[in-house]
Design a protein around this ligand. Sequence first.
Ligand SMILES: Nc1nc2c(ncn2[C@@H]2O[C@H](COP(=O)(O)OP(=O)(O)OP(=O)(O)O)[C@@H](O)[C@H]2O)c(=O)[nH]1
Ligand SMILES: [Mg+2]
Length: 570
Amino acid sequence: MRAAIGAARFPLVLPSAEPAGRIGAALADQLDDYLLPRLSRLDAPLLVVVGGSTGAGKSTLVNSLVQARVSAAGVLRPTTRSPVLVCNPADSPWFRRGELLPGLTRTNQPSEDPRTLHLVTAPALAPGLAFLDAPDIDSVVDANRALAGQLLAAADLWLFVTTAARYADAVPWELLHGARARGAVIALVLDRVPAEATDEVAAHLAEMLAEQGLGSAPLFVLPETWVDGQGLLPGRITAPLADWFARLAADADARSAVIRQTLGGALAALQPAVESLAGAADEQVAAADALDERVTAAYRAANHTVEQGLRDGRLLRGEVLARWQEFIGTGEFFRTLEARIGRLRDRITAAFSRRPAPAVELRDAIESQLVTLLRGVAAEAADHAYTGWKAHPAGAALLEPDLAHHSPDLPERAERLVRDWQRGVLELVRAEGGDRRFVARTAAYAVNATGLAVMIAVFASTAFIPTGLEVATGAGTTVAGQAVLQAIFGDQAVRTLAGKARQDLLERTRALLDSEAARFLARTDQARPAARTAAALRQAARRVETARLHSGFASAARALSTPVTDQGQP
Ligand SMILES: Nc1nc2c(ncn2[C@@H]2O[C@H](COP(=O)(O)OP(=O)(O)OP(=O)(O)O)[C@@H](O)[C@H]2O)c(=O)[nH]1
Ligand SMILES: [Mg+2]
């Protein structure tokens, strides 16, 4: 489970991603800081983490309970910035070993560094029980707050310290709620209560606790008093609390029950928490799919537009049409065709070489017409994909302004594509020339001319042949010329060539547009491993849950691990 949680990533910006990242980090911390070391040493000393608002008197209370100034108390808020752990000298080796809260460096000196744990021993404190004085939970200092949460998750028992002025604050209740949901054992201290307010405040706090399902947690009300010259509270004030801890320290079974209860609760809370991570991982995959679909739809439409353009003859307009008319209007084309039965191959070739301009111009016109189309559809698809992502929170976060347009080198690649295609068509014509039947009819005119006619046939596809032919043949064409032209475009071999050339052009277009779409699709790839993550998390959660149910911790935890609803009702 630790590995599965450690590997979990939620890169797409979804509402569930940020909480999942936070929960995942907290779970990883809790496994490292507490669950794994605690499960490996159930008999290790019970750790009481003392937490609460700044200035509530936590450090003063710890010092008073262990009868020594182990943690600095002060008027500067917040005073405690790095945790102080105090235990009996006999328990010191366990805490010093660093299995518990392994991320905190052990020190023997007071420290300001929140990543250290100041270890102090106090002979007045019985073995089997240790106090950890934590930084405040609702600190203005971010690091304090984060650390306090981490420390609380490592507690066998959370001693929550608050005051008459602070007990209704929101943050502590959130934390109490969380601890309650985890099934942690909690005890509360209402500190520094003015005598006249005791009854009212204590009653209100008890009511709030009951509302939060914490009615059974022990509550100690300590009246306001003076600290002595050592900064310690008078013994009579702390006596009820000190007695309670003394009894716990003396009773190994009671300590074990507390440990098992908190541990069982933390284990029981794992499955739903890990399930929520798996759910967030599923959402990553679903969002990646949805984003990909917007992109593929945009580029599918682009491919479709190109196909449509080849089918409906719209490419056979303007410059291409003019050049085509010019090309066939020169007469050479028809003379070539009409003379095909004769021995005029050389003459035709010569005719073309004498007047190469129209052929070149027609080829260029075809190229620029196609390039314009490709640029247009690529620009439109990029715009659609961009807009589609912009409307999706996770998509918007992945966008860069460049993506709103086709890639900068697209025009260049489109030109290359068309030229390669044209070369391919000529290759095709040449290769088909090997077919005897076809040779008989085409050998007479240049491959070049046939190639161009095939390209025109691709542009004309269904709409143009044979009915649209007249349009393309132009006024100057002879009736005989028209007949020949019809014969040419009606020829099965030319149609087959045009079909292949068309297929080739569409395949090249698809590859070009695929590479354009890939600019988007590469960005959702980072969310793909989430599918594996979800499966690994669920499997781990099932295995841990099965183990828990057979461990005995389940029954120990049952009392406190009843899920708490959002309203705080058990
Ligand atoms: N008069 C009086 N002063 C107290 C009592 N408890 C604490 N103080 C004083 O209140 C101030 C704050 O106490 P700390 O023990 O430092 O409080 P804390 O909760 O540890 O504060 P942070 O470390 O900042 O979170 C100190 O000056 C203490 O001497 C008390 O019961 N009575
Ligand atoms: Mg303090």
